[in-house]
Design a protein around this ligand. Structure first.
Ligand code: HEM
Length: 154
């Protein structure tokens, strides 16, 4: 029963990670260049950004909740040694950075009515999508390292 629960938690964690990082890569590499094409109304970019923001918020909450269940499960096993703890601490620190970028983006979002503010908020949002994607790719790699370190000690 506990195994099934952990399987579902791990699955939800992985899906949320894929949705966030994969969505960010799509936004960065495909959607943003497409939205810059002449004739695309600015409202389309705004709506796409808001919809993506909703997906990211859901993914971030899912990652935090399921992530801490996984931490608890892993750290209660003797296979989790000091190197495992160090890599996990780095992963959590980078994840917190990602969460802060996202919450900053949502706070500076479309609620700001002034045109200059809106433009600046849009520029910040796009900049932080790039940073979030880079951090997400690194965090993905660290998650693989964690699994390797853990399984090596079994
Ligand atoms: C508070 C934040 C987070 C915590 C506490 C956390 C914790 C964990 C833990 C303990 C594991 C298990 C590692 C192992 O196999 O020993 C894991 C796996 C994983 N994490 Fe996270 N994580 C967090 C955020 C993230 C984020 C932001 C991403 C992606 C951007 C991510 C992606 C993954 C992936 C892809 C796995 C592998 C899942 C699998 O093996 O199926 N995590 N995480």
């Amino acid at each position: 029963m506990a195994d099934v629960f952990l399987l579902i938690v791990r699955w939800a964690h992985a899906i949320a990670a894929v949705a966030w990082v994969g969505g960010g890569i799509f936004y960065w590499v495909v959607l943003r260049p497409a939205l810059r094409t002449e004739g695309v109304p600015p409202a389309v970019a705004r709506v796409a950004g808001a919809e993506f923001g909703g997906l990211v918020a859901l993914a971030a909450w899912t990652l935090v909740v399921t992530g801490f269940v996984l931490v608890f499960a892993r750290l209660s096993e003797p296979a989790a040694d000091v190197p495992y703890g160090a890599v996990l601490a780095l992963k959590i620190a980078l994840s917190v950075w990602m969460f802060l970028l996202v919450s900053g983006r949502r706070r500076g979002g479309p609620a700001d009515g002034r045109p200059r503010g809106r433009l600046r908020a849009a520029a910040n949002a796009l900049g932080s999508v790039n940073t979030t994607v880079v951090l997400g790719v690194v965090v993905f790699g660290l998650s693989d390292v964690l699994r390797l370190l853990f399984e090596r000690n079994l």
